[in-house]
Write a protein that binds this ligand. Structure first.
Ligand SMILES: NC(=O)c1ccc[n+]([C@@H]2O[C@H](COP(=O)([O-])OP(=O)(O)OC[C@H]3O[C@@H](n4cnc5c(N)ncnc54)[C@H](O)[C@@H]3O)[C@@H](O)[C@H]2O)c1
Length: 258
């Protein structure tokens, strides 16, 4: 077991990549605090954890609410005395041409994707600096590296994650704490399914047609399974990536090689 006795805090664990990460990390022996704004989905994830459920705690946390995020971090420290691995995974996507883009959707993208990641790190960083070890992993995207039609606002938040991750890596390197991001390509989760469904509706075309377009973006011609992103997150969490900081791990099926 590669994460035995490691304390992990994970946001956005009710679905998709977060859920797969929680299941994989539990199998690897982690002690986990899994969180999400969606309590029903979070409980489902908890119930899906067969190996390691006794080492898992779930907490309803909205990453846009600093007090809730702080409580999650402080509770972890009070209970376990350390955080080995922090995964800022919670995220949302909203798509559409910017002239019609609702401002409330723009605010949501900023609040969850950027401010949520910032708050999650903000309250944990003092503990990381004090303990002088640990790995922080953020979720960027293929959308941080390339433009996607009708995704300008989502792309800007994910590109922001890259900048945040690189700069935080500098701040924490003197303390022996590594900070890296993962950039998934099209990954088969409720987020991507919803994104494809909306584009299909907006364009008046079939869901499968838009799905196929996304599949063909990666040179491998298929979507990733969320488990394939979770294994990348595991790599950044363990000492296998001990010389890696401020970096981005692209798990995009070759999308950005074109
Ligand atoms: N699926 C993809 O193709 C893809 C590609 C690139 C990057 N990503 C990124 O990966 C991460 C996970 O995405 P996913 O595909 O698993 O999506 P998902 O929608 O399946 O899961 C995201 C989770 O974040 C949670 N969340 C949303 N707002 C929250 C908030 N305010 N507080 C706490 N939790 C909140 C949701 O409830 C959900 O459980 C996101 O950051 C996303 O941007 C996904």
């Amino acid at each position: 077991m590669r994460l035995k006795d490691k304390v992990v805090v994970l946001t956005g664990a009710a679905s998709g990549i977060g859920r797969s990460t929680a299941i994989l990390f539990a199998k690897e022996g982690a002690i986990q605090i899994i969180s999400d704004i969606n309590e029903v989905g979070l409980k489902e994830t908890y119930e899906m954890i067969k190996d390691g459920q006794e080492n898992t705690i779930f907490m309803k946390v909205d990453v846009t609410k600093p007090a809730e995020v702080k409580d999650m971090i402080d509770t972890t420290i009070k209970k376990y005395g350390k955080i080995d691995i922090l995964i800022c995974n919670a995220g949302v996507v909203r798509v559409g041409p910017i002239e019609d883009f609702p401002d409330k959707d723009y605010d949501l993208l900023i609040d969850v994707n950027l401010k949520g990641t910032y708050y999650t790190c903000k309250y944990a960083v003092p503990y990381f600096k004090n303990q002088k070890f640990g790995s922080i992993i953020t979720l960027a995207s293929v959308a941080a590296h390339i433009g996607q039609v009708n995704h300008a606002n989502y792309c800007s938040t994910k590109a922001g994650i890259l900048g945040f991750t690189r700069a935080l890596a500098l701040d924490l390197a003197p303390y022996g704490v590594r900070v890296n991001s993962v950039s998934p390509g099209a990954t088969d989760t409720p987020m991507l399914q919803g994104d494809v469904a909306k584009q299909a509706r907006d364009r008046g075309v079939d869901y499968n047609m838009v799905k196929k377009e996304f599949e063909e973006e990666g040179v491998m011609g298929r979507w990733a399974r969320p488990e394939e992103i979770a294994t990348g997150i595991l790599y950044l969490a363990t000492n296998d990536s001990s010389y890696m900081t401020g970096a981005d791990l692209r798990l995009d099926g070759g999308w950005t090689t074109r």
